[in-house]
Design a protein around this ligand. Structure first.
Ligand SMILES: *[C@@H]1O[C@H](CO)[C@@H](O)[C@H](O)[C@H]1NC(C)=O
Ligand SMILES: *[C@@H]1O[C@H](CO)[C@@H](O)[C@H](O)[C@H]1NC(C)=O
Ligand SMILES: *[C@@H]1O[C@H](CO)[C@@H](O)[C@H](O)[C@H]1NC(C)=O
Ligand SMILES: *[C@@H]1O[C@H](CO)[C@@H](O)[C@H](O)[C@H]1NC(C)=O
Ligand SMILES: *[C@@H]1O[C@H](CO)[C@@H](O)[C@H](O)[C@H]1NC(C)=O
Ligand SMILES: *[C@@H]1O[C@H](CO)[C@@H](O)[C@H](O)[C@H]1NC(C)=O
Ligand SMILES: *[C@@H]1O[C@H](CO)[C@@H](O)[C@H](O)[C@H]1NC(C)=O
Ligand SMILES: *[C@@H]1O[C@H](CO)[C@@H](O)[C@H](O)[C@H]1NC(C)=O
Ligand SMILES: *[C@@H]1O[C@H](CO)[C@@H](O)[C@H](O)[C@H]1NC(C)=O
Ligand SMILES: *[C@@H]1O[C@H](CO)[C@@H](O)[C@H](O)[C@H]1NC(C)=O
Ligand SMILES: *[C@@H]1O[C@H](CO)[C@@H](O)[C@H](O)[C@H]1NC(C)=O
Ligand SMILES: *[C@@H]1O[C@H](CO)[C@@H](O)[C@H](O)[C@H]1NC(C)=O
Length: 588
């Protein structure tokens, strides 16, 4: 009865609780922000749109505008900006000649209003407490690589962890910081802050080691990548990125700074290993396994259609896909790509097989690996060579993992706004001897974007060690059956009408996704390379772990000080998106 009365009496103002934004009376005053700034020793930044100098006003500067435009696709430049986002971009302030009528104004859009340029865990704790006490939306960011936009948030305070830099420290043998029994006695690295994978790959090579990181060297090492699972060139051999984690230092919603491992906060430790970034706490340091370096046998395959016969290329690509489990089980892992632009159509892959130490070019292992590929893959393709397609197959031997990695191309899509991607995990049965169904699926994926670019990234990164669940991890259980992560990507021309953009996006969210779903019942989508509009996001991103993760979220962050789009617990909040596509964050 009392509840009913409450509902009837002005329900919106009583029950609807929103985070304060700059246009609300409850937004902290200038002096409150100054007090925060003093507490973090002057590390508070008041953000301005990066491309503001391109627009009329006090900051207008044509020359600066030109140099910003030139650096817009440079992830190092973008990564050094507190509100630099790699892709996809929101168009609240593109670096263009503002007299172009389509872009009359420039504002922050979904970028946070303030940022704490944190250099130590205490700054993080201060920011969390401030956000909680002042009811301000909080965003955690390192490099700005989050595809689903989880490091953005309208009207928010950001904690930027990039400049927490307490070193990348090598341990010849791992000793747990607190004596917690560990099964890992080999080497490890402690990553003390906002480092990127390139830093880790270089450090590992200097110690004759391999670490499991991402394909893109500019992705942050300890953030959303690891906390969402993390796949890459070596996950087949050693497990997912998050499987490598031995312990973490975490700043909790309470402001406490704790160690999370198998002994201390094991439930938090588990949730942080696959349950998604930005949700349970802020990780400021992580210790990961390191593995002895080994030589790599590389195989590249290029298939280009003759006479523009794209259907033939799709058919042949499906044949190749159906051999992926065999390739993986033979030890070849890496990235494939099937791409269709206005001017170029091709299938390419660059795979590597890790060899025993000191393997020489004449070794039997190499001969056997080559003959397996020649017989089981190329044997089925060569009849089409020079008739419908042109096929090039190349072998190389690399003395170390880093030599192999550096020889590959690691695409960086920084600065792209007209893009949508999704992903789907494929298990062995969905690929093996399934050429006909895979062909049909590829035709659906490449339909419906006549003026744009469509591609499917074929991350052959599963199988092997990925199939073995590591204790204290919470990745979508579908990962433990995954061989291939297929990632369709669509890009459309700038001039595409909003209605057509919506159609292209829906085609991805429904048609293309359903075509992959039909072949992969019960599998999922990788939380870090996902379509934020996926209506089945809970089961696709988290699988059967969702409810358990939700209970850990409630335990460690009962007031939802951490919120991000499509993260665990995010259904309790809704963004009041007006015409601009962003707005206040309110309880759902
Ligand atoms: C914070 O303090 C520093 C140093 O006094 C100052 O440079 C900076 O502008 C201040 N930040 C804000 C948002 O006022
Ligand atoms: C990218 O930006 C960084 C930092 O601003 C700069 O040092 C580097 O030269 C730029 N790279 C290119 C290719 O422009
Ligand atoms: C912006 O575009 C207008 C119209 O095309 C042109 O007249 C003007 O010179 C341009 N300004 C700059 C700074 O490029
Ligand atoms: C953030 O802090 C670091 C370390 O003090 C400093 O090098 C960097 O210039 C700061 N960045 C900004 C945008 O203030
Ligand atoms: C160590 O291995 C045992 C046996 O497989 C397992 O039960 C235990 O959870 C492992 N410990 C850690 C910290 O992974
Ligand atoms: C592609 O394969 C399908 C059967 O899966 C076949 O019907 C079609 O003719 C093939 N197309 C080309 C161009 O080879
Ligand atoms: C590989 O070769 C190096 C140098 O020739 C040698 O020191 C090392 O013991 C060898 N490793 C193995 C596993 O045979
Ligand atoms: C395909 O045919 C071309 C031209 O005859 C040849 O150069 C190439 O090596 C062939 N590809 C393979 C994988 O054998
Ligand atoms: C796939 O087909 C090949 C040839 O038709 C057959 O030899 C092989 O056993 C099949 N593999 C599976 C897993 O069904
Ligand atoms: C594709 O481009 C052509 C030529 O520029 C244009 O006429 C057509 O409207 C475009 N189609 C779509 C769906 O945008
Ligand atoms: C989805 O596919 C159907 C059947 O091919 C097609 O009619 C429809 O236009 C597609 N939807 C979109 C949004 O492109
Ligand atoms: C492949 O398609 C056939 C129909 O052509 C269907 O019977 C079969 O179940 C499909 N297999 C998978 C794995 O989807």
């Amino acid at each position: 009865m009392r509840f009913l009365t409450l509902l009837l009496l002005g329900a919106p103002s009583v029950l609807a609780k929103c985070k304060c934004t700059p246009t609300d009376d409850c937004w902290p005053s200038a002096s409150t922000w100054n007090t925060l700034n003093a507490t973090v020793h002057g590390k508070l930044l008041h953000n301005q749109p990066i491309a503001e100098p391109c627009y009329p006003g006090a900051d207008y500067n044509a020359q600066l505008c030109q140099s910003i435009s030139a650096e817009w696709t440079n992830s190092t430049f973008i990564g050094a900006e507190p509100i630099g986002y790699c892709y996809p971009l929101t168009d609240a302030c593109p670096p263009i000649n503002a007299t172009v009528s389509a872009y009359p104004s420039c504002d922050l859009g979904t970028a946070p209003v303030y940022a704490i340029n944190a250099t130590e865990a205490d700054d993080v704790a201060t920011g969390i407490k401030f956000a909680q006490e002042n009811n301000v939306r909080l965003v955690i960011k390192n490099t700005g690589h989050d595809i689903v936009g989880r490091s953005q948030g309208y009207g928010s305070l950001m904690i930027w962890i990039k400049y927490i830099q307490n070193g990348v420290n090598y341990h010849e043998t791992y000793t747990p910081s607190d004596g917690c029994p560990s099964n890992w006695t080999s080497s490890a690295f402690t990553v003390g802050g906002g480092y990127i994978w390139k830093n880790l790959y270089d450090a590992a090579a200097a110690h004759g080691r391999i670490v499991v990181g991402g394909s893109d060297p500019t992705v942050g090492a300890i953030g959303g990548y690891l906390q969402g699972g993390g796949h890459g060139p070596m996950s087949h051999y050693f497990g997912l990125g998050t499987d490598q984690v031995l312990e973490m230092t975490v700043v909790l919603a309470s402001g406490d700074i704790v160690t999370a491992n198998a002994c201390q906060h094991p439930d938090l430790f588990t949730a942080l290993r696959g349950g998604g970034g930005g949700t349970y706490g802020v990780v400021v340091s992580t210790t990961i396994k390191a593995h002895p370096d080994r030589p790599v046998l590389g195989h590249t395959l290029d298939v280009v259609p003759l006479n523009n016969n794209f259907p033939a290329l799709l058919n042949i690509s499906a044949t190749i896909l159906s051999k992926y489990p065999l390739l993986l089980d033979t030890g070849f892992t890496g990235d494939g790509d099937l791409i269709s632009t206005q001017s170029e159509k091709a299938y390419v892959h660059s795979f590597g097989k890790l060899l025993p130490p000191n393997t020489t070019a004449s070794s039997n292992i190499i001969q056997q690996a080559k003959s397996t590929i020649n017989q089981h893959l190329l044997g089925d393709l060569l009849p089409y060579n020079s008739t419908t397609v042109a096929i090039q197959s190349t072998w190389s031997l690399f003395p170390s993992f880093l030599d192999y990695y550096n020889a590959g191309s690691h695409q960086d899509t920084t600065g792209v706004s007209d893009i949508l991607l999704t992903s789907r995990m494929f298990d062995k049965p969905s690929l093996t001897n399934n050429t006909h169904n895979l062909t049909t699926m590829l035709h659906t994926i490449f339909a419906g974007n006549p003026n744009g670019t469509t591609l499917i990234e074929l991350a052959l990164i599963g199988g092997g060690q990925v199939l073995h669940p590591e204790p204290y991890t919470a990745v979508n259980p579908a990962w433990r059956k995954t061989y291939l992560l297929a990632e369709p990507v669509v890009l459309w021309p700038d001039e595409t009408s909003p209605e057509e953009v919506k159609r292209i996006r829906d085609d991805m969210t429904f048609n293309k996704t359903d075509a992959m779903r039909a072949l992969t019942p019960g599998m999922g989508s990788y939380v870090n390379e996902a379509d934020g509009d996926d209506p089945l996001w809970k089961e696709d991103f988290f699988g059967s772990n969702y409810d358990w993760l939700q209970s850990i979220k409630m335990k460690y962050d009962p007031d939802d000080v951490f919120y991000c789009w499509r993260c665990v617990g995010s259904e309790r909040w809704t963004e009041e998106k007006g015409g601009s596509g962003y707005g206040r964050l309110c309880q759902a």
